[in-house]
Unconditional design. Structure first.
Length: 210
């Protein structure tokens, strides 16, 4: 039988944190020696809400939603037209929702930042949410279950989805939607991880740091 894993002691954890700090200091000193400028992460402001009344907050929320809606309504037709060309792997006799409706449902999961399929089913099926969604997208009558989307994405050719994503980004670049993010006339590329895998050793300068 394998021995049970022992949790590290408090002293061991303290030593690990100290070792990580030493590694960070050594890495920062190396960067300074090479002429790199270090930037400390911006801390969140310690202040109360800027909204004084319910009306101000509602107006700000409506403005934010309207801006996102204008972008979605502008780019959505071309995106849906491309998604409609993707071969549907489902059995035609068992299809209740169109392929584009399912993929739009998946897009909404990311837009509203739902963390799981269960949360999506719970939140997106609320009457008020559906009423607001219908105002933004009148063509949506009913939405599928999140498990239906899971089964579709499990069997679909993901290369088509990736190409649709790439084409969308290209259209946004051509439309100068990312113009304010230019650095020296170039677009920076940021790669973020899920933080499911983390380590305590800075074995390369390219590693992300929390």
């Amino acid at each position: 039988m394998s021995k049970p894993c022992r949790r590290p002691t408090r002293a061991a954890l303290k030593e690990l944190r100290s070792e990580k700090k030493r590694q960070e200091k050594a890495l920062n000193a190396k960067r300074r020696a090479s002429g790199q400028v270090l930037h400390s992460p911006t801390s969140l402001p310690n202040r109360c809400s800027a909204f004084a009344t319910v009306g101000e907050e509602r107006e700000a929320r409506e403005d934010a939603v309207s801006k996102k809606t204008r972008l979605l309504r502008k780019e959505l037709p071309a995106l849906l037209e491309q998604l409609e060309q993707i071969p549907d792997p489902r059995d035609p006799r068992k299809r209740r929702h169109k392929l584009t409706a399912l993929l739009l449902y998946g897009l909404l999961m990311f837009v509203f930042q739902f963390s799981s399929r269960r949360e999506t089913n719970r939140e997106i099926s609320r009457p008020q949410f559906m009423a607001n969604l219908h105002l933004l997208f009148p063509e949506i009558e009913t939405l599928p279950h999140a498990d239906t989307l899971f089964r579709l994405l499990r069997d679909i050719d993901l290369d088509h989805l990736e190409q649709a994503h790439v084409d969308l980004v290209k259209r946004l670049i051509r439309g100068k939607s990312f113009r304010r993010y230019l650095i020296n006339h170039c677009y920076p590329i940021a790669i973020d991880g899920s933080q499911k895998v983390a380590g305590d050793t800075l074995w390369a300068e390219e590693l992300l740091q929390r």
